[in-house]
Design a protein around this ligand. Structure first.
Ligand code: ADP
Length: 326
């Protein structure tokens, strides 16, 4: 068993609110065990570019409430190639790093898995608003992103109601409709469109038309950016059938707005628990794993098991949303 002396932490891929709380938890958790901690700037690009910084307890002070990541994040195509990882491993060795904690999403944890395969001690912490990581129920950043989406929905509802409008809100989430599903249920959407589901623009329009006929003063469609029935398709269909639908349609694309902002209490607590658990996992000599939260418990899953897999949103909840929209 290797005795841990010095670890590094980095944030990678799409930034997510709560990443800072995770970095703080990893740093302070490790310092409390007597280890040294290095922060790596700009994700895997910083491993390749030798951007290391010693982190002490005070260096991660005043960041628990900040969105984004103070370490910076990046996408690094070179890291996907063996020669890129060789360079990264060289820098980790130069700094005497025994293990690395990677805070990031699906792509980033594929990167962790590659490093683990090459013999380096890595632990992944799931952080992505996409919430598409296998081995973990809800990733760091999702709760905040859902709440930002919901706030936008609530504001749009006020104006939509005054003008008898339907509004379509597109939210981020790449290939996973988790944010759209949760914000749609919480926001009382008439229609929710997810990548995980077959849905034609005609059906969306039909549900908006039906809502109009039931006497609603507004209607809401929440569309995940990766949905097959995207806002473009919906707008096109709507343009051709506008008169028969009743409502006027307005589209709002939230884009990166849902990723910014102050992390919610839930994201800060989750990030703190998972960051500390990553350190405990290393202390117990587990390596090459993702530290996730499943049904409220910390669960360790081998990175090999999660790569190439995604966690879909629970499309069975769509039926619940439908019942609530009568
Ligand atoms: P996220 O972690 O938010 O899903 P990306 O998919 O952009 O973000 O991945 C972040 C980085 O992880 C990439 O820029 C790349 O450096 C690394 N990465 C992604 N996939 C792999 C892979 N299969 N092998 C090695 N590294 C990878």
């Amino acid at each position: 068993m290797q005795t841990m002396k010095k670890i590094a932490v980095l944030t990678s891929g799409g930034d997510a609110p709560g990443m800072n709380a995770a970095v703080r938890a990893v740093t302070r958790g490790a310092l409390s065990k007597g280890w040294e901690v290095m922060g790596v700037h700009n994700g895997y690009a910083g491993l390749l570019g030798d951007e290391f910084q010693r982190l002490q307890a005070r260096d991660v002070g005043g960041i628990v409430h900040l969105g984004g990541t103070v370490l910076g994040s990046a996408r690094c195509p070179e890291f996907v190639q063996p020669h890129g990882r060789k360079q990264a491993l060289g820098h980790l060795a130069k700094h005497g790093i025994d293990a690395l904690v990677v805070v990031g999403g699906n792509g980033s944890q594929s990167g962790s898995a590659s490093l683990a395969r090459e013999g380096f001690a890595v632990v992944g912490v799931p952080s992505t608003i996409d919430n598409d990581l296998y081995g973990n129920d809800v990733s760091i950043g999702c709760d905040t992103a859902i709440n930002i989406t919901l706030e936008a929905i609530d504001r749009l509802r006020t104006t939509a109601s005054s003008h008898r409008r339907a509004f379509a809100v597109e939210t981020m989430g790449r290939n996973c409709g988790y944010i759209a599903l949760m914000a749609g249920i919480a926001g009382g959407a008439e229609v929710i469109a997810l990548p995980e589901q077959e849905l034609e623009p005609a059906e969306v329009a039909e549900r908006l038309r039906a809502a109009y006929q039931r006497g609603k003063t507004h209607a809401l469609a929440v569309i995940a950016e990766g949905a097959r029935c995207g806002v473009h398709e919906l707008m096109q269909y709507y343009g051709a059938h506008r008169k028969s639908i009743g409502f006027d349609l307005r589209v709002t694309r939230l884009g990166h707005v849902v990723r910014g902002g102050i992390p919610s209490a839930a994201d800060r607590v989750l990030a703190t628990r998972l960051g500390a658990a990553a350190v405990d996992t290393l202390a117990e000599s587990a390596r090459g794993v993702l530290v996730g939260m499943v049904r409220g418990d910390i669960v360790i899953t081998p990175l090999e098991e999660i790569t190439g897999r995604t966690r879909p949103a629970d499309a069975s909840l769509l039926e619940l949303a439908r019942v609530m929209a009568i």
